[in-house]
Structures are given as C-alpha cells and as structure tokens.
Design a protein around this ligand. Structure first.
Ligand SMILES: NC(=O)c1ccc[n+]([C@@H]2O[C@H](COP(=O)([O-])OP(=O)(O)OC[C@H]3O[C@@H](n4cnc5c(N)ncnc54)[C@H](O)[C@@H]3O)[C@@H](O)[C@H]2O)c1
Length: 367
C-alpha cells in the first residue's frame, strides 16, 4: 500500500510509519532532501533520554552533520524566545537553505521548530519525527507551524503567530509511544476517533474492536491506527492545503471542546475536551435532523473503552458552556457555525444552529 502523503502546492510530503522507523530517519532525510549536509535536530526534553540517541545515530550514519537543541514542551515555552534560540543555534551550526530542521517530539516542539524552520533564511527544509500520538496523526501533518503570544490583557494567545510550511517528510515511529504518559496517549486516541468519524466509518468499528490492544500499545494495532489516521488527515489537507473550506471539518467536536477547555482550563486536556465534544457533535447531528440514526451512546462506549471522558463534570453548567461558545449572543453575520455529520464519514457545516440543537448536544454529555 502507498504511504499516506500530503500533496501540497510546493511538493509532496510522504509519511513514513513503522515500529523502529527512527532508525531510518537519516535515509529519509537523504531521500527527501538530497542536498542536505547539516541537520538541526530539535529535541523535546521529554524524549531526550529514550529517543534522541536512535535519531541522532541514524542521521550520523547517513553522513549528515548533526547539531542539537533541546526544548521543554510547555505551552509557555512555545513562544518567540524559543524560536530566537533556535535561530541562534542554526546560525551557530552554519545551517544553509539546503539543510534540514528536524523536530523530534510532540506537537509543541513540532510547531515551534517548524516555525523556526519556516522563517530562518526565509525557509529551510523541515522533517518531522513526531513522538506523541496526537503529533503523529495530526500536528505534524499539514504544514501548520507557529507559537503562542502573550495577550495584552494577560494569558496566552494560542498559535497566534505562525505560517504554513509543509515538511519534506514525516517519520512516525509508534514504538516511541511506549514511553508516552497514558493521559497524553489517550488524548491522541480522541483525535483518531475524530478522523474515523469524519472519513472512515470502518476504522471506527476497528478501533472499537481493538480498544484493549491499542490501550496496551501493541505493535501491529498501533502501526495500523497511525497509518490510517494519518492518511485521513493527509487526504483532507491535500484537498484544502490552506484551509479555505474542507480542512475546517477537522474541527469536528472542537466548538464544544473549546467551550469546555475555556471553563475547565487545566483540569481538562485538549484531547479529553475533544472526546466530550465528539459525543456532543454526534448528538447535535441527530438533533439537527442531519443524521437521524446517530447514536451518541455507542460513540460514548467506544471513547470510554479508550479511557476517555464522556460526561461533563457536575461543576460545569449548560448555560455557561453555551455562553463560552458565544451561542448566547445573536449570530453576527452568520459567524456561528458547527461542524456536524450527515452520517458516518459525511461531515458538513451547519450555520446558525437552532438553540435546541446546542442544548440537546450538551445534554448528551450530562451538562
Ligand atoms: N500544527 C498543527 O496542525 C497542530 C494540530 C494539533 C495540535 N497542535 C499543537 O500541538 C500541541 C500539543 O501537542 P502534543 O499533544 O503532541 O503534546 P506536547 O507537545 O505538549 O507533549 C506532551 C508531553 O509529552 C512529552 N512527550 C512527547 N513525546 C513523548 C514520548 N514519546 N515519550 C514520553 N514523553 C513524550 C512532551 O515532552 C510533553 O511533556 C499544542 O501546542 C497544539 O497547539 C498543532
């Protein structure tokens, strides 16, 4: 079977997936960027001990010079000072336009290193070696790079500065997920369920059947999941690289999820909010008459088997959630939109949803 591939305006980005694939990193860099002589390896501090060694060894044996920079993966560190430090490291290493920045880590490191690569010398090549499940199936695919900005009134403006910069290749090694914190791992599973709902109903059934093996992070099911889920994102991005239309479907469940995140801040991870948001979106699809046979209870059972939450904590109330969505105000210029499903694998955008649809959605997750 062919590799999942993003077909971008400036070339293709193949996604190599395999247990132990970090050992092939050097060969992939050579093949994807033939003129590369130096690699700036940007390492997530969380993977330095276990996975930087194999990555570095593979690059060295492919005959490229390796400079290394380690980055803490926190939302606070995903900011301009980190980008400036990377630029300085690239200058010190003598990186040329024909060379490569290689991000080894989760989405935070990928987004930051990607932005540094996109802007250094007006753009050097980027190769992604994602090490979280979310980064493998989502963040490293599609070329969105960027950092957070401090907001004038305090707080963080997420991904407020950034640019599209397609990687030359992605190398996903599911073996690296064996050291990932269980909660981070489950958050990635929520994005895989989202992809399956959006585009691959058979994958949803497969996930349900293989939940236990996935939770145990077994080799074959993990490879299978990462390949199929990556393919879904790659296909959507290939059809709409710069998010002018269809790419917005990837926000399924996110309008509900963001409302939860804004109220529950640090208690709820993004992937957990997505889990709740997906159940809400499936119920909203039913309530809107788009997908009359939709079964949010069945989806909840699948998500629960993956250790993901499907009930909103009792401290959170529906009115506050609707307010956090901005749905308490009258729609301004039709700006209120929900990504819903017309059936399994058939997303669409519902403008100005009826308040009863939104209320039913929240009720489905106990709010
Ligand atoms: N560019 C995009 O299209 C896109 C899409 C979705 C999310 N994102 C961004 O991705 C970020 C979230 O990324 P994430 O979920 O990958 O989490 P993350 O980057 O925050 O990493 C989570 C934690 O896991 C650690 N870690 C990473 N890999 C590990 C491994 N194999 N073993 C042990 N520990 C490991 C990290 O050090 C960190 O502590 C957010 O900043 C979000 O905005 C970007």
């Amino acid at each position: 079977m062919s590799l999942p591939t993003v077909r971008g305006a400036r070339g293709d980005c193949p996604i190599h997936v395999g247990w132990g694939a970090l050992a092939r990193l050097g060969a992939v860099v050579r093949e994807s960027v033939p003129g590369c002589r130096r690699v700036m390896l940007v390492v997530d501090a969380g993977v330095q001990a276990n996975w930087a060694g194999p990555a570095r060894a593979s690059l060295v044996s492919a005959g490229v010079a390796v400079a290394e920079s380690v980055m803490q993966a926190t939302e606070e560190a995903k900011a301009m000072p980190a980008v400036e430090r990377l630029w300085q490291a690239m200058l010190a290493a003598g990186l040329q336009r024909s060379d490569v920045v290689l991000a080894l880590g989760g989405g935070i490191v990928g987004d930051t290193a990607g932005f540094a690569a996109a802007t250094f010398l007006r753009g050097v090549h980027l190769v992604m070696a994602p090490t979280t499940l979310l980064a493998m199936v989502d963040a490293s695919i599609g070329g969105k790079t960027g950092v957070n900005l401090p907001l004038p009134g305090g707080g963080l403006g997420k991904n407020m500065a950034g640019v599209f910069h397609q990687p030359a290749a992605v190398v996903s090694d599911p073996q690296a997920l064996t050291t990932l914190d269980p909660r981070d791992f489950r958050c990635g599973l929520a994005e895989c369920v989202k992809h399956a709902l959006l585009a691959d109903p058979e994958l949803l059934v497969w996930i349900e059947r293989n939940a236990a093996a996935l939770m145990a992070r077994e080799r074959e099911p993990m490879e299978h999941l990462v390949i199929r889920s990556s393919r879904i994102k790659a296909e959507v991005v290939s059809r709409d690289e710069f998010e002018r239309g269809e790419r917005a479907h990837l926000n399924l469940g996110h309008t509900f999820g963001h409302a939860l995140e804004s109220l529950l801040h640090r208690d709820l991870r993004h992937g957990e909010a997505v889990s709740l948001g997906l159940v809400a979106a499936v119920e909203a699809s039913r309530a809107a008459g788009w997908w009359p046979q939709a079964d949010p209870a069945a989806l909840s059972r699948t998500l629960e088997a993956l250790g993901l939450p499907v009930r909103v904590p009792g401290s959170v109330h529906r009115v506050d959630l609707i307010r956090a969505m901005g749905f308490d105000k009258k729609a301004e210029g039709g700006r209120q939109r929900l990504v819903l499903l017309k059936g399994p694998g058939a997303p669409g955008v519902l403008p100005d949803p009826d308040p009863r649809v939104v209320e039913a959605a929240w009720a489905a997750v106990g709010a």
